[in-house]
Design a protein around this ligand. Structure first.
Ligand code: NAP
Length: 479
């Protein structure tokens, strides 16, 4: 079989925050996998940068431990580590910058990955410019959160744009790197089957769920400042909504795709408080409550949110999008479920219509798609209907060599290629905050408190009522 891996040009990837949690859990393993897949040019290097002092060999041990996959070949890991260097510098001071300037090469792609707190973005961008490390072709990658409201997002954009142009800035939303999310675009725009049905005449409603079974991890202060709306809805669920709802771009280029996504965000109606359910998990057995995890007995931050969102355009008027996300729910599930309208007239007397046609695009676990259809219940006994699923789990249907990559692997290689399609543009992020800010303000203005819900449930009662009053039901979270 011809290799599907397309090598990228030689690069110097400067990874700020190289010792941090995200780097250890996602970025180093992702880079290693791409190296093993043969995607690195032989001259490519990764320059790990952080504040603490380490000899390069000691730092390589840190990276070695981060890539702790029992199946890896030690020789390959050793080969990978020869591409790794370490530089200690102070992101906000002078220390270490000249060393970095002397080490980066001029004849390779330069990419700066800022896996550090957003308060460092501006300072690092300025130092990169001041020391002549940033060039007109180099790229800068920034992690979430991109602001906590419209003003802070504008301020971050302004800081980055002082030193880099928009075509050099890669704002990560790792959901966009997921295989299924890209497949959603293929499903819609590379097939003729669904697109004629993809509108409010044929689609009753859409449910987008990102359910997590874990509680707020680690120290909860960061989460307590943001909550589910800022941490998940404004970015990840918004991106899923955009890709589901957007018009077909005229071509698959970064700006054509992002222009269409922006139009959806701009078409979102304000969401009244009665169309929102906010929740907070309560203590259960050994499991502490959200308030305990957040370290604030009076916290009113939501660990769950469900909302009904309307896209005010010709395609979607009358078809609501229900968004739902939360912590400590029954199972870890992320999916987009598109509910098609029932047949206008049922010709089979005495039979109840089962669920109807639902297209489920699963992001986790087991990335794949399922189309729920209605068929005759096989065998004798008259014309009874039942449900049958056409299932496609990518891991089963793809050969080993084509197993889905982790989102970070894909996105980092896109940065080196210079492809911004799967990254958020500055105006997209600002527009998403412009929509989210008044919603968040409406809770604060009314001093609203989230409703308590049980750990391992599907969220608070209000979320069920939100659907119930529209005569609809949520898809079950887990079995
Ligand atoms: P972290 O574990 O706290 O790591 C922070 C990194 O920044 C460390 O490598 C630290 O170096 C470095 N650093 C701190 N101060 C510095 C300074 N003055 N100069 C140079 N380097 C400095 O953070 P993280 O969890 O990896 O998160 C990094 C970014 O990714 C954040 O923007 C976060 O919001 C985002 N993010 C994280 C996750 C996640 O799962 N962790 C998920 C999504 C997004 P030393 O170790 O040498 O001090």
């Amino acid at each position: 079989m011809v290799s599907r891996v397309i090598p990228v040009n030689a690069f110097d990837l400067v990874l700020f925050g190289a010792t941090g949690d995200l780097a250890r859990r996602k970025i180093w393993p992702g880079l290693f996998h791409r190296f093993v897949a043969g995607q690195f040019d032989e001259n490519s290097r990764i320059l790990g940068v952080s504040r603490s002092d380490h000899e390069t060999e000691k730092f390589r041990d840190i990276v070695r431990k981060a890539i702790k996959d029992p199946e890896i070949d030690d020789a390959q890991l050793d080969a990978f580590l020869t591409r790794v260097e370490y530089i200690s510098l102070d992101a906000k001071g002078e220390r270490g910058w000249q060393v970095l300037a002397d080490v980066v090469r001029s004849d390779t792609v330069r990419a700066f990955y800022l896996s550090v707190a957003p308060s460092f973005f501006g300072a690092i961008a300025r130092r990169l410019e001041q020391f002549g490390i940033a060039t007109p072709d180099s790229r800068i990658v920034v992690e979430k959160p991109f602001g906590h409201d419209l003003d802070s997002a504008k301020a971050l954009n302004a800081e980055l744009r002082e030193c880099f142009q928009e075509h050099q800035i890669y704002r990560i939303d790792h959901y966009l790197g997921k295989e299924t999310v890209q497949n959603l675009m293929a499903l819609r725009f590379a097939n003729s089957l669904f697109e004629p049905l993809w509108n409010s005449s044929q689609i009753d409603h859409v449910q987008i769920t990102v359910a997590e079974s874990l509680s707020v991890e680690g120290p909860g202060e960061y989460y307590d400042q943001s909550g589910a709306m800022r941490d998940m809805v404004q970015n990840h669920l918004m991106q899923l909504l955009c890709l589901t709802a957007m018009e077909p771009p005229s071509k698959f280029t970064p700006n054509a795709v992002r222009n269409e996504k922006l139009k959806i965000i701009e078409a979102l109606e304000p969401v009244p408080v009665e169309n929102i359910a906010r929740g907070q998990y309560r203590a259960a057995g050994e499991q502490g409550s959200y308030k305990e995890h957040a370290g604030d007995p009076n916290s009113t931050t939501e660990s769950f949110i469900a909302m009904k969102v309307e896209v005010a355009n010709w395609r979607w008027a009358g078809t609501p999008f229900y968004l739902r996300t939360g912590k400590c729910l029954r199972e870890r599930v992320s999916e987009i479920a598109v509910f098609f309208r029932n047949p206008p007239h049922m010709i089979f007397p005495g039979t109840e219509t089962p669920q109807g046609n639902v297209l489920v695009i699963r992001l986790q676990p087991d990335e794949g798609m399922t189309l729920h259809t209605t068929i005759k219940d096989p065998g004798p006994g008259g014309m009874r209907l039942t449900e049958a699923s056409l299932d496609m789990t990518f891991a089963d249907s793809l050969k080993d060599s084509a197993k889905p990559q982790d989102a970070y692997e894909r996105l980092i290689m896109d940065v080196i290629r210079g492809d911004q399609t799967l990254f958020m543009r500055g105006d997209e992020v600002e527009s998403a905050w412009a929509w989210a800010d008044p919603i968040i303000a409406s809770w604060t203005d009314r001093n609203m408190k989230p409703q308590q819900y049980d750990v391992g449930s599907a969220g608070p009662e209000d979320a069920l009522l939100l659907m119930h009053k529209d005569g609809r039901r949520w898809r079950s979270i887990g079995a």
